[in-house]
Design a protein around this ligand. Structure first.
Ligand code: 9MG
Length: 283
């Protein structure tokens, strides 16, 4: 039975008695809208944000240059490379695992040369050339489900059975990647909260965390930090969703999620430490 997630320089047990849930910190490298400092300033800001996450106990830093918020337009390749590559090179030897959030095969290739440990693809490695770009590396691969694309995904999300359809999609992508020769121990799955889903779809998937892991046999990453599904339950605007997001992360981990993708690293790390100290996490 496969029981470790193997990615780049790292190896996480995800079944058995040595399991510890891991925190992936979100590092968006987008131009600083409050200054005209340009590229250099956004690089400095990203590095100091990453340094704080490291002090806070982050396990993986997920570096992204293109926004995937509902309605966000695609970012040209050259601009994405210009934003993320200096950050990947600067962070690669700082301790935590480094992930790049991209669906573009060209960015995947450059990031692998820079030495990233994980590729986080919201498009599930469906772009032509994406599988070829990652096949011969040792990077971990996060396969996320998304209905439609970021510009259109929240216009009218529709499923007849969201859990069955997301499971079928993820199964098909696991098969496509392993058929290309990729070691299944490099894979993790993600239901893609908020990516072409209503609040009801999101909670149906969150409640199905254990079922997804059991049916697909790979570890699961959950990303619900500050998303509208948290706001829908708490009634809070985005800047007041930290506690709700920590609650959602614990709900996912309690059902077997291995990695939680979050903005609030310090709070999530503390919550997981206490939760784990009071739980027998055996899978
Ligand atoms: C980039 N990105 C934004 N939200 C995400 C989520 O929920 N999961 C993953 N894997 N990536 C995400």
């Amino acid at each position: 039975m496969r029981s470790t997630l193997q990615f780049g320089r790292f190896n996480y047990p995800w079944r058995g008695d040595r399991v510890r849930a891991r925190v992936m910190g979100i590092l968006n490298v987008t131009p600083d809208s409050f200054s005209d400092g340009g590229q250099h300033q956004s690089l400095e800001f990203a590095i100091s944000h990453a340094e704080q996450m490291i002090l806070d106990g982050v396990d993986i830093i997920d570096v992204g240059g293109e926004s995937s918020r509902p309605g966000a337009p695609p970012l040209p390749l050259a601009q994405e490379l210009q934003r993320v590559m200096p950050v990947l090179y600067a962070l690669r030897d700082q301790g935590p695992a480094i992930s790049v959030d991209t669906y573009k095969p060209e960015v995947m290739r450059e990031a692998i040369i820079a030495g990233v440990d994980m590729i986080n693809d919201i498009n599930g490695f469906r772009a032509p050339g994406a599988i070829a770009a990652v096949r011969d590396s040792d990077c971990g691969l996060c396969i996320m489900h998304m209905q439609s694309d970021p510009q259109h995904m929240q216009l009218a999300p529709s499923y007849s059975d969201v859990v069955a359809e997301v499971t079928a999609f993820l199964r098909e992508r696991i098969e496509a990647l392993t058929a290309a020769g990729i070691d299944p121990r490099r894979l993790c799955i993600d239901p893609g909260f908020g990516f072409g889903k209503t609040v009801e779809h999101n909670y149906a998937l969150l409640k199905a965390t254990g079922q997804l892991i059991a049916e697909l046999g790979v570890p699961l990453l959950a990303g619900l930090s500050r998303k509208s599904m948290v706001g829908a339950v708490t009634g809070k605007p985005v800047e007041q969703r930290m506690a709700g997001s920590v609650g959602g992360a614990l709900a996912a981990v309690a059902q077997g999620a291995l990695i939680v993708r979050v903005h609030d690293v310090a709070e999530t790390v503390d919550a997981l430490k206490v939760w784990q100290a009071g739980t027998n996490l055996q899978r």
